[in-house]
Design a protein around this ligand. Structure first.
Ligand code: 13P
Length: 250
């Protein structure tokens, strides 16, 4: 059975103190979540160390929201994979649409980052998704197929087995507009089909998460879809009650 995963991307929110408090609140409620659901939280870089301390001894996984495309050296302002691994991260979100859109992250750069993360033993949470105009033009399958092929098709099967995929339609992020369960299922199935072209039966083992205005009220319907293996949660991950409310929806 594929792993069920609910991951919280805190984006650029909370002070360190608020973040530690949020992590503790999530940890306090984690027992409500079925054991087969993996919880992951992705606070900002500055919070990783104290949050790692706050969740020590729990099954909650820690993720960074990005990492550098180099291992070390003269890259002012960047944070290397070794650094995030060193504070206890096991995951790193890569290719989020906000990074692609606002910080010019290309597939070529993402290949570097994904490979570095894997080399250092981290699991990338690799994000893909189409923009509104691309969906309206009926190009959503084409766009996500290209995003998958450009980056994930450069991996070996062993590397791919460590990757978590997150489908996040850009038009649904932070907008309150969720993809319908049918829209999400249809494209998740397509993503799995594309992965199978290169990786065969392994595609059945890869967790594909849905992200974009996911909340306790719509998570059940989304998670009931056969190819949706969990969620990458933005806004609703900033409240422990909502985050856990989503995770109990399996
Ligand atoms: P929202 O849940 O706020 O729409 O954000 C989704 C997201 O971008 C998670 O990475």
């Amino acid at each position: 059975m594929r792993k069920h995963i609910v991951a919280g991307n805190w984006k650029m929110n909370t002070t360190v103190a608020e973040g530690v408090e949020l992590a503790k609140a999530v940890a306090a409620k984690a027992a409500e979540v079925p054991a087969e659901v993996k919880l992951i939280i992705a606070p900002p870089f500055t919070h990783l160390y104290p949050v790692a301390e706050a969740i020590k001894g729990t099954a909650i996984g820690l993720s960074a929201q990005n990492c550098a495309d180099h291992t070390k050296g003269a890259y002012t302002g960047e944070v290397a994979v070794d650094m995030i691994a060193g504070v206890g991260c096991e995951y790193v979100i890569l290719g989020h649409s906000e990074r692609r859109e606002y910080y010019g992250e290309t597939s070529a750069k993402l290949v570097e980052k994904v490979k570095l993360a894997l080399e250092k033993g981290l699991s990338p949470i690799f994000c893909i998704g189409e923009k509104l105009e691309e969906r309206e033009a009926g190009r959503h399958f084409e766009v996500v197929t290209e995003q998958v092929k450009d980056v994930l098709f450069t991996l070996t099967a062993e590397e791919m087995s460590k990757v978590i995929v997150a489908y996040e339609p850009v038009w649904a992020i932070g907008t309150g507009k969720t993809a319908t369960a049918e829209q999400a299922q249809e494209i998740h199935a397509e993503i799995r089909k594309v992965l199978a072209e290169k990786f065969g039966a392994l595609a059945e083992e890869i967790s594909i998460l849905y992200g974009g205005s996911c909340k306790p009220s719509n998570a059940k319907e989304l998670f009931a879809c056969p190819d949706i293996d969990g969620g990458l949660i933005g806004g609703a991950a900033l409240k422990a009650e909502d985050f856990i409310g989503i995770a109990v929806s399996f």
